[in-house]
Design a protein around this ligand. Structure first.
Ligand code: C2G
Length: 135
């Protein structure tokens, strides 16, 4: 069984995230999503999610491509996650191009960057909604 892992906040889940999850799952048979906790978002990504971790987890678990959701509490956990779950492929959107190549050296995992879906992002959604509210 080919196991894939990917990481993210997945706040205000949108079709860009779904495109990523679908293509990540196409890389194998079992997709693990390491979901940024609220604390991790706040402390290390300077992000405040609209939805709490529990709500974002609930949404992801309803996505047909996702097999398991685990918490992402730190930048450093990727190596131990990959070893613990015997992951074959590490997949991220290409806004992270090159940032995680070290994982191949450290664990042998295949590192794959997939094109982001253009024109949609969580911050874009928030911006558009703010504009609409001001009209
Ligand atoms: N994504 C995408 N297309 C978009 C928006 C996002 O392909 N239009 C991808 C991102 O490239 C990422 C995943 O969807 O692979 C999740 O996006 P975010 O929640 O924004 O992830 P991020 O905050 O970058 O967290 O340790 C890694 C971090 O947790 C990644």
């Amino acid at each position: 069984m080919k196991k894939i892992i990917t990481y993210g906040s997945f706040d205000l889940l949108h079709y860009g995230h779904i495109n990523l999850l679908r293509r990540a799952k196409e890389q194998g048979d079992y997709l693990i999503v390491a979901l940024s906790t609220d604390e991790f978002n706040h402390q290390y990504k300077d992000k405040k999610s609209y939805f709490s971790y529990e709500k974002r987890k609930q949404l992801l678990e309803a996505v047909r491509y996702v097999d398991l959701v685990i918490p992402e509490n730190s930048w450093e956990q990727k190596v131990s996650d990959i070893k613990e779950f015997k992951v074959d492929k590490f997949v991220m959107g290409n806004d992270w191009q090159g940032k995680f190549d070290y994982l191949h050296e450290e664990t042998g995992v295949e590192v794959i960057y997939l094109d982001r879906t253009p024109e949609i992002s969580t911050s874009q959604i928030k911006e558009d909604l703010n504009k609409q509210l001001k009209q």
